[in-house]
Design a protein around this ligand. Structure first.
Ligand code: FCB
Length: 446
């Protein structure tokens, strides 16, 4: 039977974090205000009124964190760059001190034998750009590409591959449609231009990166969508949901067109956002890899309320994480096989850029090792079935600020005491370290 030990030779092992979730130091060295700084100040927006003001204090403690990564034997570390450290108001002068921080981090990683994999946008838009409309405005895409060029000029000599955006779907839906994440707008389907402008930003930034000889990826949140039953109404609803969650953010990249959103009463120009030439830019063959963030499948039934063409249905009979997310490792296999079938030769190599679970926080976290093992086994099965999988970055290295959930969801291989900032590796840390070492040793034994 195929399992995680059969992942291909050269497979890359990593861990992920994001700037606002770990860095803290929000007022230091000229960092500007981001939409998350503002959102966390809104009464009731984040559980217990918490914020990323201090988070894991990674801004100061990164050398210790790099040592933890070295201890794991990671090949790669996925982190994000805070736009507001580099260009505090999203445009205009570059803040040298902000770039210096990432310069030091990159050098520290390389000295530890770890390849940096930066994400340029993990949801922390400069508030000054939000004041002008944020991702609802086309201009934001151009500001993003300028920022990408600035960062690439500084770090591109040492950083070979870059992720443009993290989960544009979640940012659009939570941030602009439902308002449960920053910037806290509840526009429902009027949020759709934020999808297109993020993808346009990806395309423009990808051109900047490729122009400097750098590899480009995007990290999409993807989910296999299952219909609640075979009834035509449930199946149609599942297709509609699939179009919104998966295809909206992948078809334009790989096929150069938007999916059919007529179930939403939306035409192919996404409320007028799409202009001539945009899709050519977005689908330019610049993707060296597709980053897949996978947490769980989604079960969909026919709508119960007018307004949206689907309703989410529960997934019963499986374990659930502390976040109450269903644990379905086979969903990762299903997702990757669907991508392969759907996009064929247009599908670039896959890297799992996030996968992991929150637990009750205990150091003995068998729940997490079971979760990781199950998903890595599923990944190995997908590889055997021909999917070109190149790496796996678990979410997350450290417990951190989990957005609207504050510090209540602990995703780390390493426990963080947020009072003292003391880091304590969990059992899953040793398990992951041993797995990586065993996988590396394998080709040599054959
Ligand atoms: C993903 C986010 C990441 C983290 C995990 C749990 O959607 O990209 O920042 O919050 O979920």
């Amino acid at each position: 039977m195929t399992d995680r030990h059969d992942l291909p030779a050269g497979f890359r092992w990593g861990a992920s974090t994001a700037a606002y979730q770990v860095e803290g130091a929000v007022d230091e060295d000229g960092r500007g205000r981001s939409i998350w700084d503002a959102f966390c100040e809104r009464p009731g927006a984040v559980k217990n009124g918490e914020s990323g003001r201090t988070a894991c204090d990674h801004y100061h403690r990164w050398p210790e964190d790099v040592e933890l990564m070295r201890g794991l034997g990671l090949d790669g570390y996925r982190f994000s760059i805070a736009w507001t450290r580099v260009r505090p108001t999203g445009r205009g002068p570059v803040n040298a001190a902000g770039l210096d921080f990432y310069d030091r981090l990159v050098d520290g990683l390389l000295a530890a034998g770890i390849t940096p994999l930066p994400t340029l946008f993990h949801w922390d838009l400069p508030q000054a750009l939000e004041d002008e409309g944020g991702w609802l405005e086309r201009e934001t895409a151009f500001r993003f590409a300028e920022y990408a060029g600035v960062v690439a000029d500084r770090l591109g000599d040492r950083v070979p591959a870059w992720i443009t955006l993290n989960e544009p779907f979640v940012h659009m839906v939570y941030g602009y449609a439902l308002g449960i994440h920053a910037p806290g707008r509840a526009l429902m389907l009027d949020a759709l231009p934020a999808a297109h402008h993020q993808l346009l930003g990806h395309g423009l930034a990808a051109a900047e990166l490729r122009g400097r000889g750098l590899d480009v990826l995007i990290a999409n949140n993807l989910t296999p969508v299952r219909a609640a039953s075979d009834a035509p109404a449930d199946r149609a609803a599942a297709d509609a949901y699939d179009a919104l969650h998966n295809r909206l953010f992948t078809d334009p990249l790989l096929l150069g067109r938007y999916p059919d959103l007529s179930a939403y009463g939306v035409g192919p120009d996404l409320h007028g956002a799409v202009k001539d030439g945009d899709l050519a830019l977005i689908s330019a063959p610049t993707l060296a890899g597709l980053g897949v963030n996978y947490y769980n499948p989604t079960r969909i039934a026919a709508p119960t309320d007018p307004g949206l063409p689907f309703a989410e249905a529960p997934i019963d009979g499986v374990p659930r994480t502390h976040f109450d997310w269903p644990v379905v490792p086979a969903g990762l296999y299903e997702l990757l096989l669907t991508l392969q079938e759907r996009y064929g030769d247009a599908l670039p190599p896959i890297t799992v850029t996030e996968n992991g679970c929150s637990t009750d926080g205990a150091l003995d976290d068998t729940f997490r090792t079971d979760y990781l093992a199950g998903h890595l086994d599923a990944l190995a099965r997908a590889a055997v079935h021909g999917v070109d999988v190149r790496g796996y970055y678990t979410w997350s290295l450290l417990d951190n600020f989990e957005w609207a959930e504050g510090y209540s969801q602990r995703f780390g291989l390493v426990h963080v005491d947020f009072e003292t900032q003391r880091r304590t590796p969990r059992a899953s840390y040793a398990w992951y370290r041993d797995l990586i070492a065993a996988h590396r040793a394998k080709p040599a034994m054959q």
